[in-house]
Design a binder for this molecule. Structure first.
Ligand SMILES: Cc1ncc(COP(=O)(O)O)c(C=O)c1O
Length: 488
């Protein structure tokens, strides 16, 4: 019996702990190795849901027992994005080496506010690699955050501080002109959360119409800026999309950079979906102008294939980043030496003070696969979507609903003589049956009011044949539904 004065949460028996840990690792590896043999998605069965709904555990259960329950009730029922045929929303797969990175990071449980420690060196190193890949110079830095939403918001916060013309952090917004942020009508919904959080209200976002390829109309943007200035508003920032969530459309980033330069606006790029295309020599030219952005947000848990959560924002000028987030407090001041020789660098570059070691995942991925290994998969994802699009074009009863400039395809099953409502209903039913049968997980969107089955491929496990399996299912299930009555 451990005396009360020496109680700890460490295992009483390290050998038993190690055996359980080995077993858990073994289960994890087997799960990943056999992932293709399982349904893409399966909901937790009723009895599992019941078992997971339990009273608060007041007393200890042996770790081996808890792990056995996790193996039975938790591990088999993820969203499914680690499966080769998951292409819903924009999710990444995670990697096998990411499991090891997380094990090491979790073991160290290092505090990533800064400090003189290996974690700080790793985060700065990976940020510098990323800056280089995006075409930024030595004045640039950034920070790892939970995901694209937060990364985008940090970029806009820095833009607001830089372009407001006064110290927003000190003075707030009261009595000042309405600030306006611009972006295309295809911009992801984070932009609204951002305007709300920044106190601008939703009216602080000015959605600009898109052209037939779903890219922002530059003339309409310029006109909106003029009109807002004439109305006494304060334009501060333009968001360019490096891959829209709906269709993967890439705004003309070079022209947006020109507009921002002329109008003295902060140029932010949302590359959550497509920004990492800069890793690929063949895709990079499509993002020309991204290197002129003041801030770039992207997600390593999407097209970087890493485990959740890891998003990143890079800023062209680290001083602007510091100007937006730096604070001071007596209890955080450096004493010039010791464990904290300077003022907690990463806490000064974003909003979090306590931060985890997500950077290790990215470091390990770059080291184990190299830029060439990652970019090869990025190219492959795009090729597979182009293959899917080609097959759709060739089939009389399939239709692409939008261009496919990157790794996203929106399409539908469209037998003749059905109106839009019937087609929408038919395609929704096809999608639901495909998901529920565990065949694959695409998601859906509306393109001009037309229901689209949407494939966003940031999956390093997908093979070309998986696209065939999806299309065969769409056609097969579509015809099956037509032969029965369309469900209401
Ligand atoms: C274009 C785009 N921007 C931002 C986001 C939000 O990123 P996150 O889900 O990592 O917060 C997404 C998510 O799908 C996205 O596709």
């Amino acid at each position: 019996m451990v005396p009360d004065s020496d109680y700890s949460l460490d295992p009483a028996d390290w050998e038993a702990f190690e055996a359980t840990a080995q077993q858990t690792l073994h289960d994890a590896v087997a799960f990943l190795q056999t992932i293709r043999e399982r349904p893409t998605w399966q909901p937790p069965p009723h009895e599992v849901k019941k078992r997971l709904h339990e009273a608060i555990p007041m007393y200890p259960t042996p770790l081996a027992e808890v792990c056995a329950q996790a193996r039975r009730d938790i591990l088999p029922y993820p969203t499914g994005n680690i499966h080769p045929r998951f292409w819903g929303w924009v999710m990444g797969t995670g990697t096998a080496d990411g499991v090891i990175a997380d094990l090491i990071a979790s073991t160290m449980n290092t505090h990533m506010a800064g400090y003189d420690q290996s974690g700080s060196l790793i985060e700065e190193q990976v940020l510098r690699w990323l800056c280089q890949l995006f075409g930024y110079g030595p004045e640039a830095l950034g920070i790892f955050v939970s995901g694209g939403t937060v990364a985008n918001i940090l970029g806009i916060v820095a833009g607001r501080q830089a372009k407001a013309g006064y110290d927003v952090r000190a003075e707030g917004l009261a009595g000042r002109p309405q600030m306006i942020i611009y972006g295309s009508s295809e911009t992801h919904s984070w932009i609204y959360k951002c305007c709300e959080l920044l106190g601008l209200g939703r009216k602080g976002y000015r959605p600009i119409p898109v052209d037939e390829e779903h890219r922002i109309q530059i003339d309409a943007l310029a006109q909106a800026i003029d009109e807002d200035r004439a109305a006494g508003h304060l334009p501060i920032c333009v968001n360019g999309n490096a891959g829209t969530v709906n269709t993967g459309a890439i705004d003309n980033l070079d022209q947006l950079a020109d507009v921002c330069k002329k109008e003295d606006l902060w140029f932010h790029v949302d590359g959550a979906l497509g920004g990492l295309a800069v890793l690929s020599d063949s895709l990079k030219p499509r993002l020309r102008g991204i290197e002129r952005a003041d801030s770039i947000a992207f997600d390593l848990h999407k097209w970087g294939y890493l485990q959740y959560e890891i998003g990143c924002v890079l800023m062209k000028d680290v001083h602007a980043q510091k100007a937006a987030f730096q604070t001071s407090a007596d209890y955080l001041e450096s004493n010039g030496r010791g464990i904290q020789p300077n003022n907690l660098e990463f806490a000064q570059l974003g909003i979090q003070l306590s931060r985890g070691f997500r950077a290790l995942r990215a470091w390990m991925a770059f080291k184990t696969h190299g830029v060439t290994g990652i970019s090869r998969i990025i190219d492959q994802n795009v090729r597979h979507v182009q293959y899917l699009a080609e097959r759709i074009r060739e089939h009389d009863h399939l239709e692409l609903l939008a261009p496919t400039p990157l790794n996203v395809a929106c399409f539908r099953f469209c037998p003749p003589h059905l109106d839009v409502q019937a087609l929408n209903k038919l395609n929704r039913e096809i999608l639901m049956r495909i998901q529920e049968a565990g065949i694959a997980v695409p998601s859906s969107t509306l393109i001009d009011g037309q229901f689209a089955i949407r494939v966003a491929n940031s999956n390093h496990r997908t093979k070309q044949e998986d696209m065939d399996i999806l299309l065969d299912a769409v056609i097969g299930i579509g015809e099956e539904i037509l032969q029965s009555d369309l469900p209401r």
